[in-house]
Design a protein around this ligand. Structure first.
Ligand code: MF3
Ligand code: CO
Length: 251
């Protein structure tokens, strides 16, 4: 069931999104060789607590941390840990902010120190693919238009799109209908309407798109050990087109 949002609810989610966007900008500043992802996780919890917000992921279906921190071949749901990041790594930090009951969800892949040309190409294309999807998030378009735009853009660059994880509706719950696939056919799937709020969050791999899950039951990593990156924004479908609620340019 799709839960449509009023303008006021979208405004409240936008406030959560602005806080999340500013938190991502701070994370970008502290990521350096030597820092570990548990320190980033602690930073996020404190940053949100000071601003009367909470990390919605913590405790969600038993997930133990405020953030997901997925390094190199980890696709998503990486557990923060005390291993120092090193120059050449890439790390995706994913977090969901709850501000007075309104949620916003955004993930960002950061380079650590100096990264390879391969890693640089991957993160640039993954980020651009998200914006290709966002361009299609227009009332009257269909979910397949989003997936098709992402998939064709990524595959033209000889990279692959993960199938096992998707974007989603979001509101007072982190995961609402519909599932927003990062692949698909134009003109197919659910029609987008004003008042829907969804995430667009392609996971892009250098090699094969398949993944395997670690023994912790959460962390997905590439089956071939090659790099993976992810960018995610929360988007409201409005009469003026897609509104990026987690835009870092505005904060
Ligand atoms: N932020 C993630 C998403 O985009 C959710 C991660 S699952 C959690 O859907 F359990 F870690 F919260
Ligand atoms: Co999400």
């Amino acid at each position: 069931m799709i839960i449509f949002k009023s303008q006021r609810e979208i405004e409240q989610m936008h406030e959560a999104g602005k806080l999340l966007a500013s938190c991502h900008k701070e994370i970008a500043k502290i990521i350096k060789p030597g820092i570990n992802t548990l320190e980033i996780d602690k930073f996020v919890e404190e940053y949100l607590a000071k601003r009367h917000a909470t990390p919605e992921q913590k405790g969600y279906q038993g997930y133990p941390y405020a953030t997901c921190a997925s390094v190199n071949d980890e696709i998503c749901h990486g557990f923060p840990n005390n291993k120092p990041l090193k120059s050449g790594d890439i790390v995706t930090v994913d977090l969901v902010v709850n501000l007075h009951g309104a949620l916003a969800d955004s993930a960002w892949t950061h380079p650590v120190g100096t990264i390879s040309d391969e890693a640089n190409h991957l993160i640039k294309i993954a980020e651009q693919s998200m914006y290709k999807g966002i361009e299609q998030a227009q009332a009257g378009n269909r979910l397949g238009d989003i997936g098709y735009a992402i998939q064709t853009f990524v595959e033209a660059e000889n990279l692959s799109v993960v199938r096992d994880f998707t974007g989603h509706g979001i509101g007072r719950n982190m995961h609402e209908d519909p599932a927003v696939l990062n692949y698909g056919k134009p003109g197919k799937g659910l029609k987008l309407k004003e008042g829907m709020v969804i995430t667009i969050e392609p996971m892009v791999n250098v090699g094969l798109y398949q993944c395997k899950i670690d023994k912790n039951g959460w962390t997905a990593r590439t089956i071939d050990g090659k790099l993976s990156a992810q960018y995610e924004h929360t988007i409201a479908i409005t009469s003026n087109g897609p509104l990026i609620l987690t835009d870092q340019e505005l904060v």
